[in-house]
Design a protein around this ligand. Structure first.
Ligand SMILES: Cc1cc2nc3c(=O)[nH]c(=O)nc-3n(C[C@H](O)[C@H](O)[C@H](O)COP(=O)(O)OP(=O)(O)OC[C@H]3O[C@@H](n4cnc5c(N)ncnc54)[C@H](O)[C@@H]3O)c2cc1C
Length: 396
């Protein structure tokens, strides 16, 4: 049974959109996510995988495209309403859909029409920022959590200015979402502009150019429907115009992208927490022990209440942050508060839901163990929660 939404301001249009996306999540995402979860990482991206039809059905829904007729507030409300449903359906697939828009988002940020034209809104994209030797380091734009007197050391990817071009060499980490299938990357990397120190910049890179190769799709605990893997750059030559954000704009752009990404994670994983809670309530009404459905045992009811309370709190914080980002100056510390709250809540609620399913909770015949595994990955995804907390703490 779906939970009611506390929001008393939901308009007729919003309710219709929510119901449409919920149907997509229930009828397409949930079953596809469960099927993909059981496959090898290679089979997930096979030509006959259901993944491709899911991605094309998502594009047909037109959710990733902003509607110019709506106000910023209306767009923000629709974004949290629809993203929560996607996270409810399948977190890994929802991430694949969200991250696909990153190259276009960066192209739009650049204001360069050539780049905007190059990255259509229907391609599979990725956010290539972390590196084998630089995970948390890459999200610490201002060196706020770096120990005094130390440096982050040598980057794994460097773009060297060379006449009218840049030449890219090195590799991004095996964690890049959609890394082995993306057609374009929002590439955040070090840049050698011929001045004494390396700097940072953002590029939009089509991934079908000479010198780009991919790693093996990553085999991992959860969000298995989400393809991840390395991208290698072997002397890849791109025109200067592919630099979307130059070094002087890097910190601001990277901060804004992390703010948006963490806010989006806050919505998706509130959706996952809701999925786990709803499954636990349904199961508790069906499963009989001690002569009655287990929901009639006080301990089970109070555990369900704790899950419900945590979910509503995470959802509520996230909705405020989404609205505030859209209407005020976006603030990273609030986005991080939402990401950490939602992912921690998703993990705790999914873990308690698994407990309520008893032995069945551990079986792959039931949906909850997958949701639990999907939630676990989220506390590291888009930044380890502890490191994000330190970054946010420096802003208080
Ligand atoms: C599901 C998933 C999806 C992802 N998607 C993408 C993506 O699309 N693109 C991309 O580029 N990357 C992606 N990542 C990578 C992700 O951003 C990194 O895994 C994350 O930033 C942590 O980096 P790391 O794995 O290298 O861990 P490390 O940085 O090595 O951290 C290991 C441990 O050390 C701790 N630690 C590290 N630095 C500090 C510090 N300064 N102070 C205190 N403690 C510290 C951390 O808290 C952590 O517990 C994804 C990861 C996952 C799990």
């Amino acid at each position: 049974m779906p939970l009611e939404d506390l929001d008393i301001h939901v308009t007729g249009v919003e309710a219709t959109v929510r119901d449409t996306v919920h149907r997509f999540a229930a009828q397409v995402l949930r079953p596809a996510g469960e099927a993909l979860d059981k496959l090898s990482p290679e089979a997930v991206i096979d030509a006959d995988s259901v993944l491709w039809s899911v991605l094309s059905q998502y594009r047909e829904l037109g959710l990733g495209r902003p509607d110019g007729d709506l106000s910023a507030e209306e767009q923000a409300r629709l974004s949290y309403i629809t993203s929560e449903e996607l996270g409810w359906g399948d977190a890994g697939l929802a991430i694949a859909m969200g991250v696909s828009g990153f190259p276009r988002m960066v192209a739009l940020q650049s204001g360069n029409p050539e780049l905007v034209d190059m990255v259509k809104d229907n391609l599979t994209g990725c956010w290539a920022i972390t590196e084998p030797d630089h995970g948390s380091d890459t999200l610490d734009f201002h060196g706020e959590v770096r120990h005094e007197g130390t440096s982050h050391g040598r980057p794994n990817v460097i773009a060297r200015a060379h006449g009218d071009d840049f030449v890219l060499s090195g590799q991004k980490s095996s964690w890049v979402s959609c890394g082995t299938i993306a057609q374009a990357a929002a590439l955040f990397c070090s840049v050698d502009m011929g001045v004494s120190e390396l700097q940072k910049a953002v590029f939009v890179v089509p991934l079908d150019v000479d010198g780009v190769s991919r790693g093996k799709p990553l085999d991992k605990i959860g969000q298995r429907a989400l393809n991840q893997g390395e991208i290698f750059f072997d002397e890849v030559r791109i025109p200067r115009s592919f630099m979307a954000i130059p070094p002087e704009g890097y910190d601001a752009a990277a901060g804004l992208v992390l703010t948006n990404a963490n806010t989006g994670m806050g919505t998706l994983f509130a959706g996952l927490a809701r999925a786990a809670l709803e499954l636990a309530i349904d199961y508790a009404k069906e499963r009989k022990q001690g002569g009655v459905p287990i929901i009639q045992h006080q301990s089970v009811r109070s555990r369900l209440f704790e899950m419900f309370r945590k979910f509503e709190a995470a959802r509520s914080l996230n909705r405020d942050v989404v609205l505030s980002n859209a209407l005020n100056q976006p603030r990273l510390e609030y986005a991080i508060a939402s990401k950490v709250t939602s992912t921690q809540t998703a993990f705790e609620v999914a873990s308690e839901a698994l407990q309520i399913f008893g032995g069945n909770g551990t079986s792959r015949e039931y949906p909850i163990e997958k949701i639990f595994r999907d939630a676990r990955a989220s506390m590291i995804e888009d930044g380890c929660n502890y490191v994000l907390g330190m970054l946010a703490g420096t802003r208080l």
